[in-house]
Design a protein around this ligand. Structure first.
Ligand SMILES: *Cc1c(COP(=O)(O)O)cnc(C)c1O
Length: 435
């Protein structure tokens, strides 16, 4: 498989190069050159196929012979190493829990897969040591740090917005020891992301350091997110239409779902559920792409107003807004609605949910409201464990949450980070860190 740039000014390149580069030389996002359709008999028989084999079939054609089968199976095994339950919450509504991984959010899957691919490809870097540079709105940071825990000869630098991530998220970023450089930026996520982009374009930095990105724009983070759409539908035993509500920020996760559908997975409709950073719901409604300033919310991993991956979704629909509207609805919800739902789900079912997943639930409810028939499986993605947003969830349900055992170890560790407030400070940091 070759990857084209969505800016259309770079030559198509291999999966390996696309993973290593992150972004194409013309700054465009990489996108698979060819459409892939999975054989009908495969889709129809996924219920009888082993999870690992399903994931292999789904991703294999995007990689081709650049990673041998046994190695790829091994990477998949390390990536999907935790349970992914599909819980029925009420009539027609299911929660796909993607938060049982090492850092308790769905990003663990993409981060681990990408780290393993980079580790496999690392000899391509010749003499330069690789540095993974990534901006996080909250959950990417911890997931990337953990994903690279076993690849110690790769350096990791994580930029996060000061005071805008939760306590657990900050612990997961700042307590990993020397292989992870935590960089606290005085600004919001969009500023972190723009600094990262600038560093990638900086010739002086590129001469000295082999930089690579681990944001959801990297194909090795984006593509494995297809796994759980397949694994979810493997668990559904009826023949009703399937609708997914995906809590969305940078739109990587939902874009992986949409790609899964384009391969033949029977998904009828997607709901892009956002907080008040609602660029895409407004775009779907009015046809005008008009990002406002990013606003702070309690679902901070979705405080994104110019989602990078949306261009890939437009590509899948050939930039045809009508087609996009047929397949995707967009709804946005404010913090009060988010909290009301956290409270309601706890009160009605004893189900404890985090603010992002709460928006996913609200999205599926809104969609079902406009529907005559209840003949659908409404699946919302639960993207993070409630403990990652402990204080807000506790206040909302008026109950104390217990820490999972896996977290207890890092809670007592000291946060270690470097504070910056300008691009020049980031540059200085990168050029002067030990190589
Ligand atoms: C990253 C994240 C999202 C948003 O996912 P995108 O792929 O960026 O749209 C939603 N919820 C949580 C908990 C996240 O960490």
């Amino acid at each position: 498989m070759k990857y084209i740039s969505l800016n259309h000014n770079s030559v198509p390149t291999s999966f390996r190069k696309a993973v290593i580069n992150g972004l194409a030389p013309d700054k465009g996002l990489y996108f698979p050159e060819k459409e892939i359709n999975l054989p009908k008999h495969f889709i129809e028989s996924i219920k009888d196929i082993d999870d690992k084999e399903i994931c292999f079939e789904v991703i294999n054609k995007y990689i081709g012979d650049e990673i041998p089968k046994s190695k790829l199976l091994n990477i998949i095994e390390k990536t999907v190493s935790f349970k992914i339950p599909l819980k029925k919450i009420e009539d027609s509504i299911y929660s796909l829990e993607l938060f049982h991984g090492p850092t308790l959010a769905f990003k663990d899957i993409g981060a681990k897969f990408m780290a393993s691919c980079l580790d496999y490809f690392k000899e391509s870097y010749l003499s330069k040591k690789i540095t993974v540079l990534v901006a996080t709105s909250g959950d990417t940071g911890g997931a990337v740090a953990k994903g690279f825990a076993e690849t110690k000869d790769i350096d990791v630098c994580i930029l996060y917005p000061k005071g805008k991530i939760s306590e657990v998220q900050e612990k997961q970023i700042t307590t990993n020891g020397s292989y992870v450089n935590a960089i606290e930026v005085d600004g919001d996520f969009d500023l972190c992301q723009s600094m990262v982009k600038k560093a990638f374009n900086d010739e002086e930095i590129n001469r000295k350091i082999a930089l690579t990105s681990a944001n959801s724009i990297n194909v090795a983070r984006w593509l494995p997110q297809m796994f759980y759409f397949f694994l979810a539908l493997k668990k559904i035993k009826n023949k009703k239409r399937n609708v997914f509500s995906v809590p969305s920020g940078n739109f990587g996760n939902i874009c992986a779902g949409i790609l899964s559908k384009s391969m033949g997975l029977p998904i009828d409709h997607f709901i892009a559920s956002t907080n008040i950073n609602d660029t895409i719901p407004r775009y779907i409604k009015d046809g005008i792409f008009d990002p406002h300033n990013t606003k702070r919310t309690i679902s901070n991993a979705m405080d994104v107003s110019d989602p990078s991956n949306f261009i890939r979704i437009q590509k899948i629909y050939n930039n045809d807004l009508q087609k996009l509207r047929k397949n995707i609805s967009g709804y946005s919800f404010n913090d009060n609605a988010t909290k009301d739902t956290i409270f309601k789900l706890y009160n009605s079912y004893g189900y404890i949910i985090d603010p992002h997943s709460s928006i996913g639930y609200l999205g599926i409810k809104e969609y079902l409201k406009n529907l005559q028939s209840r003949e659908v499986n409404g699946i919302f993605i639960s993207t993070a464990h409630a403990i990652k947003f402990k204080s807000i969830v506790e206040k909302t349900i008026n109950t104390e949450l217990k820490y999972p055992r896996s977290l207890k170890k890092i809670l007592t560790k000291e946060n270690i980070s470097t504070s910056i407030d300008s691009y020049s400070e980031l540059k200085e940091f990168l050029l002067n860190k030990p190589q």
